[in-house]
Design a binder for this molecule. Structure first.
Ligand SMILES: NC(=O)c1ccc[n+]([C@@H]2O[C@H](COP(=O)([O-])OP(=O)(O)OC[C@H]3O[C@@H](n4cnc5c(N)ncnc54)[C@H](O)[C@@H]3O)[C@@H](O)[C@H]2O)c1
Ligand SMILES: O=C(O)[C@H](O)COP(=O)(O)O
Length: 469
């Protein structure tokens, strides 16, 4: 570590040091007001070059895609520096912005690919302020010691309610009647308009959203069938079917609530539409990759499918405004929009005040706990590790956060390094190839901190280290 300046350690922050220090990553001017109120000291270590004073006021958080104000308030309360954007950013701009931040908050549009993340030299944690995490290269993040959090169910109810609205709207051709009257045409018809009572709803993916939808649908008199890759307890009188084919053959409405995975790509395509009842309806509020849209267009044109509601698309714009569909990427656009009984919405399933506010609180709280305490409970890619809060008032106590490859002998090596101190408490867990050790040690003085850091940094299994004190 070049540029080590131990004199700097003797500062007004009880000798707090920063072991981070990519150039420009962390302000060297501590924020006294935050330090007055926040006893925590933190060191990040991914690209250690210099030691310098550090405070929570130095933490930089980049928030994109109009993440809810509740999150901003929580981060600001911590004293973090927050940079906020209403939309996602083009890749080049994102790469520049992400270079020196410690945390980034996104929703479903921002692609955090390996190419973007490799520029994020100080990134400790990613917050997906939504359910889906398919927009993040989770393998890359994990292998580089970046924890990822999401909100697993705070918008589930909102999506389920939207789908209920769509079931009735499709059955009554509400979209078409509304467009007609907006343009002055009175078209009072009952032909092929139906009640939903007594009809069958087929739910593909009976997770948080699918199960919530099941309960609401039964309350309206629908029979519910569901197909899922795992066996899941039925709610109410819903029935799990063993094959997708059986669900397709028996359902009047088919709705998708599966994640974007290689297995779910084009899960509903020409053969699946052919297997459905004549005049069935199709709903997708999961991910745009799940339905083969050109095949859907053909099935609608053949009057096999009587209508569809799509909230998600294979290529979605990064911001609001005209030109929603890029014709080069979506060559089905003009055909789709000219079909009858097609409801198109701009990925608004989870966009309610209730859901966004709850997600803002939930994810920012998880990020704050991870940044300040190392608590990884709820992370989608890390082992879940937590210890009761470190007593920051207790002099000479340090929390060691050591993220490492899950290989034999690591605990022995690490505990050897910590062995001159009293290990007050310790927790270690693994998840596949990655493991995470958290230990609170006492009787540590300033030069010990530097030594501990240096020795841990030299261990072969290390992915990243943080020291909190
Ligand atoms: N439109 C929106 O605004 C919006 C909002 C929230 C969530 N979503 C999306 O909805 C989807 C579902 O969300 P959720 O919270 O219910 O997820 P979840 O993880 O709770 O449930 C998904 C279910 O799908 C099942 N599944 C996975 N692969 C399958 C396959 N190949 N075949 C059948 N079943 C399969 C899983 O076993 C699980 O039960 C996600 O893709 C999420 O991103 C969209
Ligand atoms: O994954 C999700 O939660 C939904 O797709 C909603 O995403 P959004 O927050 O970008 O609307």
């Amino acid at each position: 570590m070049s540029g080590l300046d131990i004199d700097n350690l003797k500062n007004s922050f009880q000798n707090a040091i920063n072991l981070s220090g990519s150039p420009g990553a962390v302000s060297t001017s501590p924020t006294q007001s935050f330090m007055d109120t926040l006893p925590r000291r933190m060191s990040t270590s991914k690209h250690a070059k210099v030691l310098k004073p550090f405070s929570t006021g130095d933490m930089k958080i980049l928030l994109l895609e109009n993440v809810n104000q509740t999150a901003i308030a929580i981060f600001k309360e911590q004293g973090y520096q927050v940079e906020f954007y209403k939309s996602s950013l083009p890749e080049e701009e994102l790469i520049k912005k992400i270079e020196d931040v410690h945390a980034v908050g996104i929703r479903s549009k921002t692609r955090l690919t390996a190419n973007v993340l490799k520029h994020a030299k100080n990134l400790v944690v990613i917050g997906c302020f939504c359910i889906g995490t398919n927009q993040v290269d989770l393998d890359y993040a994990t292998n580089h010691g970046i924890a990822v959090f999401n909100s697993p169910f705070s918008n589930s109810r909102s999506v389920a309610e939207l789908v209920i609205a769509e079931i009735i709207s499709l059955a009554r051709q509400l979209g078409d009647r509304s467009i007609e009257l907006h343009t002055g045409t009175w078209n009072k018809v009952s032909h092929k308009c139906w009640e939903v009572r007594g009809k069958t709803l087929g739910i593909i993916g009976y997770g948080h959203i699918g199960a919530q939808l099941s309960v609401l649908a039964e309350a309206m008199g629908l029979h519910v069938l569901y197909y899922d890759v795992v066996t899941i307890m039925a709610l109410g009188t819903a029935k799990q079917v063993p094959t997708l084919d059986e669900l397709l053959k028996k359902s009047d409405f088919v709705t998708c609530h599966v994640p974007a995975t290689p297995e779910t790509k084009n899960m509903l395509s020409a053969p699946q539409f052919a297997a459905m009842k004549d005049g069935a309806y199709v709903i997708n509020a999961s991910r745009g990759t799940v339905i083969d849209i050109p095949a859907l267009v053909q099935a609608c044109k053949a009057n096999k499918i009587a209508g569809a509601a799509l909230d998600v698309f294979p290529h979605e714009p990064g911001k609001n405004g005209a030109g929603a569909f890029n014709d080069d990427l979506n060559n089905w656009t003009s055909e789709l929009v000219s079909l009858p009984n097609i409801i198109l919405t701009p990925h608004i399933g989870g966009s309610t005040e209730e859901a966004q506010s709850a997600i803002g609180v939930e994810v920012s709280t998880a990020l704050t706990k991870y940044i300040n305490e190392g608590n990884s409970v709820g992370s989608v890619n890390f082992p879940e590790v937590s210890l009761r809060s470190l007593d920051y008032d207790q002099e000479n106590t340090v929390r060691v956060l050591y993220i490492h490859h899950n290989v034999p002998g690591v605990l022995k090596t690490v505990n050897n390094i910590l062995s001159n101190h009293n290990i007050e408490k310790q927790f270690s867990d693994s998840n596949g190839d990655i493991a995470y050790l958290m230990a609170d040690i006492s009787n540590v003085n300033q030069s010990d901190i530097k030594d501990i850091y240096t020795e841990l940094n030299q261990t072969d299994a290390k992915i990243s280290i943080r020291l909190l004190y």
